[in-house]
Design a protein around this ligand. Structure first.
Ligand SMILES: NC(=O)c1ccc[n+]([C@@H]2O[C@H](COP(=O)([O-])OP(=O)(O)OC[C@H]3O[C@@H](n4cnc5c(N)ncnc54)[C@H](O)[C@@H]3O)[C@@H](O)[C@H]2O)c1
Length: 247
């Protein structure tokens, strides 16, 4: 087994599931997250499975901090083949009540965070024989009331994906995105609390809206990311793959 990946937001939810899934493919996984504790637990699980794994606790909106984190992870792992930008936040409010800070925070974490991670990773990705970038968009790109910042950021991720695919395609670097539907993570559980809804009711509504009649699990997004990271998707770039249960 060889190769290495870096995953932002790797401490929890979808990012953590991606770290564990990619450990079947890669020898080393670098975990970036703002919160050190959960990220260290993921890294410990990876090391217990015989992988090399280190954590860099950094906020992805800190562009210089992300560069330092990526540089030191690449130095520790020896190479980089796949980078996944899964760090994300939600700060909901109806538009007239939305503060500029809430608007900017969500655009910054998703868009500036993805920009920073990809830009910092390029020198190492250029050395890979199968370089792949996977960004995380969302079904919310189609519109989500009370979260205009999030819907705009996730639609922006789609434009960023297609633009980077064009820019780096000539170098053989593939750039794709996964757009999940409603997945059981802290983010959606917090969403239920913010709406004053019981989790079962909130999740039940999302399940009822999907074709499969259930919400998704983080592992069901991670497996799609893994496909986009691996050689089986070698002719795919600039694509957004939906994992929504038919939402
Ligand atoms: N859960 C869903 O239903 C769903 C659906 C579509 C897309 N997504 C996207 O999937 C990604 C992961 O979301 P999740 O549901 O696993 O959320 P989560 O809250 O469970 O995990 C997000 C992780 O990102 C980290 N993080 C947040 N802001 C950060 C920052 N500024 N810098 C560094 N790390 C930061 C958090 O500490 C956390 O560990 C996000 O981009 C989210 O928008 C989630």
């Amino acid at each position: 087994m060889s190769g290495a990946a870096i995953v932002s937001g790797g401490g929890r939810g979808i990012g953590a599931a991606i770290c564990l899934q990619l450990a079947d493919r890669f020898r080393a996984i670098g975990v970036i997250d703002r919160d050190r504790g959960p990220a260290e637990r993921v890294a410990a699980d990876l090391r217990a499975a015989g992988r090399i794994s280190e954590v860099r606790a950094v906020d992805v909106t800190d562009v210089e901090g992300v560069r330092d984190a990526v540089d030191s992870l690449v130095a520790a792992m020896g190479s980089l083949d796949t980078v996944v930008a899964a760090a994300g936040n939600m700060v909901g409010a109806d538009l007239e009540e939305m503060s500029v800070a809430a608007w900017s925070s969500v655009l910054d974490v998703h868009l500036t965070g993805s920009f920073a991670l990809v830009r910092a990773s390029l020198p190492a990705l250029r050395e890979s024989s199968n370089p792949s970038v996977v960004l995380i968009s969302s079904i919310a790109a189609r519109g989500i009331a009370g979260h205009a910042n999030y819907g705009a950021a996730k639609a922006g991720i789609m434009g960023l994906t297609r633009s980077l695919a064009r820019e780096f395609g000539p170098e053989g670097i593939r750039v794709n995105a996964v757009a999940p539907g409603f997945i059981d993570t802290r983010m959606t559980r917090d969403g239920a609390v913010q709406r004053g809804l019981d989790w079962k009711e909130f999740a039940g509504r999302a399940a009822a809206a999907s074709a499969l009649g259930r919400i998704g699990q983080p592992e069901e997004v991670a497996s799609v990311v893994d496909f986009l990271a691996g050689p089986d998707s070698s002719y795919m770039s600039g694509q957004v793959v939906y994992a929504t249960g038919g939402l």
